[in-house]
Design a protein around this ligand. Structure first.
Ligand code: XMP
Length: 514
């Protein structure tokens, strides 16, 4: 496996993505954790130094342990990683001056294209790359040669081919370095990776690890109906069978037929022991009269933990709690990009629960990205329709019902949402959209139907495209589609007489309405 030492770049995750796409297994670890002992234990076949925001000219700036250079393995340094390598091995780095800083698109010209790392590159005179550096290498380390230059980085590509040390100033992992993938392809080939890391292999490996960790003990898994917890549950069940019990907390804020579908799939199809904790009366009771978004989230989050705990306590002798934690969550929690970020919305999750219950964690998806979880789900035989489902927030319909929540509004919302999603599926648009839903608005408006006046709720349709939910744009439906959908909702859903379409991007909006 390959080790990526993270020096804090915003795009370190993308290095891992590129390598995973090439079927190479890699892990990102923050530089603070990478000690001599860690290297011995991890025993990497190759190492990549990520970029980072610091300056190697600063005393005490982040470094890898010196022993990394003595292991006889290939190393690739990127941006800050290049500067680290140069300085560690006897070269020089100069702090930034405006004429040598480069941010954004730049072009690298080969001075010698015979480097194996660059095989297939430089089909043209120069390659477009993406740079983001203030400092630059001013003198390369002994043993190194220059293989490419750019206006702001005379040593844009340097290497000591004999030791298989490569150092580049640009970021080959980003989209704006169009042929960057080749750099990784060449690097892993030289490092002896065969690209045989597949989901089938991951599944076998994960099952063995779960068995080893859990032994003959019992595991509880909180099932949300979402892809992550479902894949985790099915995988764990495959590993340890009925030592697993799932708890599905039904807060009464789910979409139409959702609870039945989850229960049927897990209980009947997969034969996984499942407790259906139907606590909608409790949740809706506590939410009565509450209209502040943060208060609503807090109530739901707290009740969720209480309820989960109550049901989990019924499972005697459980020692483990399974969670569908993904790799981006893991990296985010160890990131050191700096100060406290502002809470835009308090995302509801079960953090803190394992300690409170004295349970150990089983997190079989910790190493996977979202699309890899989907691939694993397919590998485990979960239906495509289920795996491809849009994300659904923990607090459910509560945050799609701005203002006070009532059973009546929830019923109307469920029906309108079902019609809308049906329309999207019928028009073959579901997979093009990151997330689509209806929000029921806390206003009634006047309308006319037949010969009568109506005074019913207005609703908003939302559909966005996104890659990670962090930024999003509204989906450009045709007017025909919008018109047809509005007509269907008003005709088929009693209680709604006006339909609007939300064309706000994120930022400045958020995806959900609360
Ligand atoms: P926003 O509305 O913040 O949403 O733009 C970004 C993504 O996160 C989902 N979301 C949540 N998921 N608990 C969750 O599990 C929450 O409290 C929550 N709030 C928003 C939202 O559906 C979108 O995919």
């Amino acid at each position: 496996r390959l080790l990526i030492i993270d020096f804090g770049s915003q795009v370190t995750q993308l290095i891992a993505r590129r390598l995973r796409e090439l079927n190479v297994y890699c892990e990102i670890h923050p530089y603070q954790n990478v000690t001599d002992a860690f290297l011995d234990e991890f025993s990497p076949k190759a190492v990549i130094f990520s970029g980072g925001p610091d300056s190697v000219t600063r005393e005490g700036s982040p470094r890898p342990p010196k022993s990394v250079y003595d292991r006889g393995i290939p190393i690739l340094g990127i941006c800050y990683g290049q500067q680290v390598m140069m300085q560690d091995l006897g070269g020089k780095v100069e702090a930034g001056e405006s004429h040598t800083a480069e941010f954004g698109r730049a072009y690298v010209t080969p001075t010698d294209a015979r480097l194996e790392l660059l095989e297939g590159w430089f089909q043209a005179e120069r390659e477009q790359v993406w740079m983001s550096h203030g400092d630059h290498v001013s003198e390369i380390a002994p043993g190194f040669q220059v293989f490419g230059t750019s206006p702001g980085a005379p040593f844009a590509i340097t290497a000591d081919p004999a030791r298989r040390f490569y150092a580049v100033q640009f970021h080959p992992e980003v989209h704006h370095t169009p042929n960057g993938r080749m750099v990784y392809e060449n690097f892993i080939r030289m490092a002896g990776f065969t690209g045989d890391w597949t989901m089938g292999a991951y599944r076998e490996d994960a099952i063995a690890k779960i068995r080893e960790q859990v032994g003959d003990k019992k595991v509880i898994c909180g099932l949300s109906g979402g892809v992550d917890s479902s894949v985790a549950a099915v995988l764990i069940h495959e590993a340890i069978g009925d030592q697993l019990t799932c708890v599905f907390v039904d807060h009464g804020l789910l979409r139409q037929n959702e609870a039945e579908e989850v229960v049927t799939m897990f209980r009947d199809h997969y034969n996984i022991p499942l407790i259906h904790a139907d606590e909608s009366a409790l949740f809706l009771g506590e939410l009565e009269g509450q209209s502040d978004p943060e208060t609503k989230r807090k109530i739901i989050g707290k009740l969720f933990i209480d309820v989960f705990q109550k049901y989990a306590n019924q499972i005697e002798g459980a020692e483990f709690l399974a969670q569908g934690t993904l790799y981006p969550d893991v990296i985010e929690s160890v990131s050191f990009s700096g100060g406290p970020s502002v809470t835009i919305k308090s995302h509801h999750n079960v953090g803190g629960l394992p300690e409170k219950m004295g349970l150990k964690l089983v997190e079989p998806l910790r190493e996977l990205f979202k699309d890899e979880v989907r691939a694993l789900g397919r590998e485990l035989g979960l239906p495509d329709r289920f795996i491809g489902r849009h994300p659904f927030p923990g607090p459910g319909l509560a945050i799609r019902c701005p203002g006070e929540i009532t059973r009546e509004k929830l019923e109307i919302l469920r029906k309108a949402d079902a019609v809308y999603i049906d329309q999207i599926r019928k028009h073959g648009l579901y997979d093009e959209i990151w997330q689509a839903f209806v929000a029921i608005l806390p206003v009634r408006t006047v309308g006319v139907m037949g010969d009568g006046r109506t005074y019913d709720y207005a609703c908003a349709l939302r559909a966005v495209t996104s890659v990670d939910g962090m930024t999003a744009d509204y989906y450009p439906f045709s007017h025909d589609f919008l018109g047809e959908t509005a007509t269907r909702i008003i005709n088929e859903v009693k209680g709604i007489n006006r339909v609007t379409y939300d064309i706000t991007s994120k930022p400045p909006g958020t995806i959900e309405w609360e």
